[in-house]
Design a protein around this ligand. Structure first.
Ligand SMILES: Nc1nc2c(c(=O)[nH]1)N[C@H]1C(S)=C(S)[C@@H](COP(=O)(O)OP(=O)(O)OC[C@H]3O[C@@H](n4cnc5c(=O)[nH]c(N)nc54)[C@H](O)[C@@H]3O)O[C@H]1N2
Ligand SMILES: Nc1nc2c(c(=O)[nH]1)N[C@H]1C(S)=C(S)[C@@H](COP(=O)(O)OP(=O)(O)OC[C@H]3O[C@@H](n4cnc5c(=O)[nH]c(N)nc54)[C@H](O)[C@@H]3O)O[C@H]1N2
Ligand SMILES: [Mo]
Length: 781
């Protein structure tokens, strides 16, 4: 086996490459184990796991109190966990295991204060695990990197802002800076952020969405002229069939389990389409139903499982379309197709029909990795269901053909008029709690003209029109020297982005890196020549500005916008809100700006007033957002008004992609989350629903693929990936674990496995890194 050049390249700040049991999670000497999980999701294990985190953070009382405030419709704060909407059944609290873990992680009593940084050099911290870095606790004051002592040392807020302003103004062009967002930034902070960046003069606004749902946004925009799903939770409650693609709901959107269980209970069909059989496709104990929990009653959360080939979803849905056309041919006008809808509201139907007719069953089933009988069974469910929803997450988007696949979902929905009526439509499961709101409020490296025109008119500025850099392009720019300043509002860029060493090398080549964060993470240690850590308030904390206590708003995955106000005393008196930090950096960068930065920061209502004039659907924002359940942003597509160039919903006509590797030795590896992690934050090395304990450095494989390679359970293997550009990367001494996966499919955990994904490995359709489609060879170590 050849060691790739990338492994030899040592970048300061990165952990050395040798494996540690536990991966980037807590180091552990406990024996690892793996055995199938047989219990319903969200059962007592969830309660135990929560109390473990609460107790370890010594926050049992405060944590319990916070839980009662979280997602409370009138006086709560928005859960900073996932973007799944709150229960639509009135005032009931809507909380979940992983949301609670997420919140308590922020509320820790531990502090990474100036003393802490005086005790540890950056080189020393670089050898800590990522778990230990975050576990140092909340950051308490602004810090600047001091090269002479290799330490972060305190700096005043004013000096920190001045440093940012000076560096930015010294650049040859505003395009030499990039401004990253992790999707938990509030709507108001988002708006201020993009305003600063555009007034400064660039659209370089890479965000986590570039790695997440960029494909969904592009596909939906092309087909129905909105980047978002069109359904609400009421639609979930009304549908006859739910097709759920590529999401691990029990871990990543646990409150979705409630909706799945309710759907099955009232007799709807719930089909899970996933190469991996995830626990959400079987049974759950509905988190709210305390009585059922006490009695160990579980509810089914699925009626059918389809184990698709990685990337085979498009072919699968094309097979469904083929069966729908066949049903129409058997009984013309009998209701298989919604002719009235197709004629009045769509464009490109005939070409789509011809494309599907030309595709053979053999080819579709081979590409889908699913037999014809199963595809037909799926199609029958679709035909028998007057109202259908298609829902999906990263299993669909992080592939080469993510955009075409989401468009195929739309094609199939359009055939039977499944949009713009109750119980039907597309429903992407978004990631970070406000990633959807970030786009709505202007974080977009490819902004649209009407938005820029409105922004310019409101503030008397002239925003740049040229497209900016996304995440992948930003990493390339840092490496080739065209990006010199990197500002990150949240997130953990070096671990979240692909090609870890390349990304790390890029960051170290920057003149200045600025991280606005709550906790210490790897991206603070892999830094530019100059570096700032600016600590901010978390979502649970009280935010008081000159104009009094402030609240901010977030948009969930179903376009509901709600106010969120923290209640806790801030972790340190020196913390500032993200908005105050943004206002400070903006003023220092743009001393002559006529934008009222200080007034907007003093009273967020002033920001919302401006947003009401710039953003469609936000008219009366301050009043709307104070309603008990907030408001839903209106969507034309939901009313069957499609603002596409043709004014019609557009069928797409992509060829069926070839997703079967030509070399049988090559496996398609997906990189995913375990149950006990939040993206780059890893709480423990367990993955309860997949039956794994104390192990993250593993690769799940089909048992026959293991046997072919002479591998036994738990044996050490080396994983070598080959990038689109031919370069190779490797991870060594990972344990092979047999799992119910289709042949040719393998799976392991992000962010560790980002080391395998080359900078060239992104989709040409969406520019999304191919995080679910890494071509690898696996051999015994
Ligand atoms: N607790 C917790 N909650 C989270 C997060 C977290 O880290 N922890 N992260 C948040 C974020 S930012 C996001 S974007 C979401 C992510 O939510 P998910 O999309 O659930 O994230 P992953 O863990 O990457 O899981 C991907 C799923 O897609 C499946 N899959 C892989 N390839 C294919 C394929 O080709 N076809 C199909 N049909 N399925 C496939 C995998 O088997 C797996 O079930 O969750 C959000 N919520
Ligand atoms: N291989 C692989 N890589 C992936 C993925 C994958 O499936 N596979 N998924 C991708 C996806 S979908 C996403 S969304 C990205 C996630 O990428 P990011 O959003 O960049 O990463 P996170 O781990 O969510 O960021 C965690 C950090 O956010 C900071 N933080 C927490 N709360 C706050 C707050 O309130 N304010 C501020 N300012 N900072 C805060 C803390 O310092 C914490 O360390 O990763 C991507 N990377
Ligand atoms: Mo995400």
């Amino acid at each position: 086996m050849t060691d790739s050049i990338h492994r030899d390249l040592h970048v300061p700040g990165l952990l050395p490459a040798e494996p540690r049991q536990g991966g980037f999670g807590p180091a552990t000497s406990e024996p690892w184990s793996s055995s199938p999980y047989h219990h319903p999701a969200a059962a007592w294990g969830a309660a135990r796991s929560v109390s473990k985190v609460l107790i370890s953070e010594r926050e049992l009382f405060a944590g319990t109190k916070a839980m009662l405030e979280m997602n409370h419709p009138v006086r709560g704060f928005d859960c900073p966990g996932c973007a799944w909407p709150d229960s639509n059944h009135g005032v009931k609290l809507d909380i979940c295991e992983n949301g609670i873990k997420h919140v308590t992680w922020e509320m820790t009593h531990k502090r990474a204060d100036a003393d802490f940084f005086a005790r540890h050099t950056v080189s020393e911290l670089s050898r800590w695990t990522d778990f230990d870095l975050e576990d140092a606790g909340r950051l308490t004051e602004p810090l600047v990197y001091d090269a002479s002592s290799d330490r972060y040392v305190p700096i005043s807020w004013d000096d920190a802002f001045a440093l940012v302003g000076d560096e930015l103004r010294a650049l040859g062009s505003p395009d030499e800076a990039a401004f990253y967002t992790s999707g938990r930034l509030s709507n108001e902070a988002t708006f201020l952020y993009q305003l600063w960046v555009r007034e400064f003069g660039t659209n370089n606004l890479p965000d986590c969405s570039n790695m997440c749902h960029e494909a969904s946004g592009r596909a939906l925009t092309a087909s129905i002229a909105t980047g978002k799903g069109t359904v609400s939770l009421d639609d979930w409650d009304a549908c006859d069939a739910l097709f759920v693609f590529g999401v691990n709901a029990a871990s990543n959107a646990p409150r979705m389990l409630t909706s799945l269980a309710h759907a099955v209970k009232r007799g709807a069909q719930v089909v899970h389409i996933n190469p991996m059989k995830e626990v959400a496709s079987t049974r759950t104990i509905v988190p709210h139903e305390v009585l059922e929990m006490a009695r160990f009653h579980s509810t089914d959360t699925g009626t059918m499982d389809v184990q698709v080939r990685p990337g085979g979803d498009l072919a699968l849905m094309r097979g469904v379309a083929k069966a729908v056309f066949e049903a129409e041919d058997r009984d013309p006008g009998g209701g298989a197709l919604d002719h009235a809808f197709l004629e009045r509201f769509t464009s490109g139907f005939e070409e789509y029909r011809a494309l599907v007719d030309a595709a053979s069953w053999d080819e579709l089933t081979r590409q889908a990795g699913v037999d014809e009988e199963t595809v037909r069974a799926l199609a029958q469910i679709y035909l028998d269901s007057p109202r259908s929803i298609v829902s999906w997450c990263l299993g669909v988007t992080q592939h080469e053909h993510g955009v075409d696949t989401v468009r195929e979902f739309m094609n199939v929905l359009l055939l039977r008029g499944n949009i713009g009526r109750e119980g039907s439509g597309p429903s992407p499961v978004r990631g970070h709690s406000n990633v959807q709101g970030n786009r709505t409020c202007g974080i977009d490296h490819r902004p649209k003209e009407p938005f820029l025109a409105a922004l310019d008119a409101e503030f008397g500025i002239s925003s740049p029109r040229a497209h900016g850099l996304d995440t992948v392009q930003t990493v390339a720019g840092m490496n080739d020297g065209t990006v010199k300043v990197f500002v990150a509002l949240g997130g953990n860029f070096v671990l979240a982005a692909p090609d870890t060493t390349f990304t790390a090398q890029g960051l170290t080549r920057c003149e200045l890196t600025v991280q606005v964060s709550t906790k210490l993470n790897r991206s603070h240690l892999v830094h530019g020549r100059k570096a700032l850590i600016l600590p901010c308030l978390g979502r649970t904390e009280k935010d008081v500005q000159a104009g009094g206590p402030q609240g901010v708003s977030c948009e969930d995955a179903m376009s509901n916008v709600q106010l969120s106000a923290g209640k806790r005393r801030p972790a340190s008196p020196h913390l500032r809100s993200e908005l105050a930090i943004l206002g400070g950096m903006a003023r220092a960068t743009l001393p002559a700006s006529t934008t009222p930065w200080e007034e907007m920061v003093a009273d967020y209502d002033r920001i919302r007033d401006a947003m009401a004039r710039v953003l469609p659907g936000f008219e009366g924002f301050n009043e709307l957002v104070r309603r008990p359940l907030g408001f839903r942003i209106p969507q034309a597509a939901r009313e069957r008004i499609f603002h596409t160039p043709s004014r019609l919903a557009e069928f797409s006509h992509a060829p069926t992609p070839d997703v079967v590797p030509s070399d049988p030795d090559v496996l398609v590896l997906q990189t995913m989350r375990s149950h006990d992690q939040w993206n780059t934050t890893i709480y423990s090395s367990d993955d309860r629903y997949r039956g794994v304990k104390n192990l993250r450095e593993l690769v799940f494989m089909n048992a026959d693929d293991m046997a072919d390679r002479g591998l036994t359970e738990g044996q050490f293997v080396d994983i070598v990936s080959t990038s689109k550009d031919g370069s190779q990367r490797s991870l060594c001494r990972y344990r092979a674990i047999a799992y119910d996966l289709p042949r040719g499919a393998a799976a392991g955990y992000m962010p560790e496995m980002n080391a395998l994904i080359g900078a060239a490995d992104y989709s040409v359709q969406s520019d999304q890194p191919l995080m679910k489609n890494v071509k690898v060879r696996i051999t015994a170590s």
